[in-house]
Design a protein around this ligand. Structure first.
Ligand code: G1P
Length: 289
């Protein structure tokens, strides 16, 4: 039986270049989708997969993330005094339990691999999840839970993938499969941001991973790769020479909220999926069209 996945690393330090200036003073993962920040959905997804400890890798000026998961007596007391019980419940629903969240400063924007490496002491010697919170995943069975199911089946390392839109493979990490049978397949390779025409498949790494702790030793000496950054994909490719990696084509829809149109799509889709808002949202969208 494989060790249980209890901890998740959420690298949130990015500048949010594609959603500036909105992300200048509000960390991009605190931008709203309908009425909750992106991070709120991702933490909920993690909880549904059994995650008990959250390790946020943050940058300077992102104290608002810690504040979001902490109590705010001023807001809560005011809501209580006004009898706004439903909003109060919504506000409280996201609060971290004491000791459940760690916040680590990345200090320098050296890449995703470096961000994950920053979590090594808090993760220790156990398998863990990595969640790229820009990528909001709507699924009946939450995406990370699907990855954990796959891990419980085959062990090793699991990477969630999905088909990239035509001509966009160069933007992502791309995987190579031994054979494609069903949704869970053994991998034979991966490459970060391959030039167009050299991609080993059209399946891109979409932002949910289950990794073994041996990745940290590799990350510790990982040279810079694509874009001059320390790439998680390169370290995983090295780990793959020693351990199994499976790619999971999860069932659901991904919204890239680090992107203007992706964020817009998420807002529309999540509003339409909300029983309390669907009718009004549909009418408002229709009127605009
Ligand atoms: C990162 C990963 C890449 C992955 C992508 C998903 O790239 O390095 O493998 O496909 O996230 O969004 P970034 O978007 O940080 O350039």
């Amino acid at each position: 039986m494989s060790k249980r996945v209890r901890k998740a690393v959420l690298p949130v330090a990015g500048m949010g270049t594609r959603v500036l200036p909105g992300a200048k003073t509000t960390p991009k993962n605190l931008l709203n989708v309908v009425d909750r920040p992106i991070l709120s959905y991702v933490v909920e997804e993690a909880r549904a997969a059994g995650i008990e400890h959250f390790v946020f890798i943050v940058g300077r000026g992102q104290g608002a993330i810690e504040d979001y998961f902490d109590t705010n007596p001023e807001v809560e007391n005011a809501l209580e005094a006004k009898g706004k019980a439903d909003i109060l419940a919504d506000v409280r629903r996201d609060l971290g339990k004491p000791g459940e969240m760690s916040f680590i400063r990345q200090m320098a924007p050296l890449g995703l691999g470096h961000a994950v490496w920053c979590a090594r002491e808090v993760i220790g010697d156990e398998p863990f999840a990595v969640m790229l919170p820009d990528m909001l995943m709507a699924a009946e069975r939450p995406a990370l839970a699907q990855a954990v199911d796959a891990y419980n089946k085959v062990g090793g390392n699991i990477i969630a993938v999905e088909p990239a839109p035509e001509g966009e493979t160069y933007k992502y990490g791309i995987v190579a499969l031994e054979a494609q049978n069903g949704r869970l397949n053994r991998m034979t390779g991966m490459v970060e941001k391959p030039p167009l025409g050299t991609e080993p498949s059209n399946l891109f790494i979409s932002g949910r991973y289950i990794l073994q702790p041996e990745i940290f030793q590799i990350l510790g000496t990982q040279p810079r790769g694509a874009g001059g950054e320390i790439q998680l994909t390169d370290a995983m490719a090295t780990l793959m020479t020693r351990q199994d990696f499976h790619a999971l084509e999860y069932e659901g829809t991904t919204y890239d909220c680090g992107d203007k149109i992706g964020l817009l799509r998420a807002n529309v889709a999540f509003a339409l999926a909300r029983p309390d808002l669907a009718d009004e949202a549909r009418a408002a969208i229709k009127a605009l069209l």
